[in-house]
Ligand binder design. Sequence first.
Ligand code: GUN
Length: 291
Amino acid sequence: MKIIDGKSVAASIREEAARAAAAVAAARGSAPGLAVVLVGENPASVSYVTAKERACAECGIRSIPVRMPAESSQEEILSAVRRLGADPSVDGILVQLPLPRGIDEQAVIRAIPPEKDVDGFHPVSLGNLVIGLPGFVPCTPAGIVELLMRSGVDPAGKHVVVVGRSNIVGKPVAALLARKGRGGNATVTLCHTATPDLCAFTRQADILVVAAGRPGTVGAGMVKPGAVVVDVGVNRVPDATKKRGYRLVGDVDFDAVAPVASMITPVPGGVGPMTIAMLMANAVKAAGGPL
Ligand code: GUN
């Protein structure tokens, strides 16, 4: 069994993004600019946004922090996003999700011009993904496919079972893996909370992608011996022995599944760093960079 090192693969992609960002800066006199919008202070969102802004600094991408109070109205958030959309010094716009209760997330996403949609969540971006046209691919799905390819696992011709149907991971990763082209051409089964006998499906997977958002979703008996297991879960569980008071676990019972799998991604250090690396790549692409 091999543990897939997402941190080191992500570091290579960040280096590539940094070179491409430098090329953009040299060609047009300004580095790629990424607006990072955070509404409120959800602790997980604050830590994601901090990590994204730090990655920007490392890659030579100009991050443009936009912080709004949790009580912001729908109209205030929409006008902030529209202003960034119209600002020529902003190449990419990221609105950290989830937004506070009562805000129409889809309306905010639709206010991002598709050519600045570095998260790939706009209906135009997702439509392009499904029909195989160029456009922004959501960062976690793109990161999963890139991590597999750079670990020597080409999904082409394999049976990939995806557990979870979120708009951010499950649905787009299924579309990406099934489409024609590099990193695609897999046979894809999409399972979710209404799938009876989940185990009967997961046991058929050559590659199992778990994005259910619940610890312990996949145990040893649910994995075919020799399968490649990609754990997308990021769950905080209370842990008094940690200074922060919690530790991160995935959706897969790592200790039980690792001996059965041929390769497995850890949490943390698997898919997580890839998401941020692909965001850097998308930000450079939004600025017309050579990626
Ligand atoms: N919330 C959880 N994942 C993501 C992501 O990839 N991008 C944004 N903007 N919000 C998220």
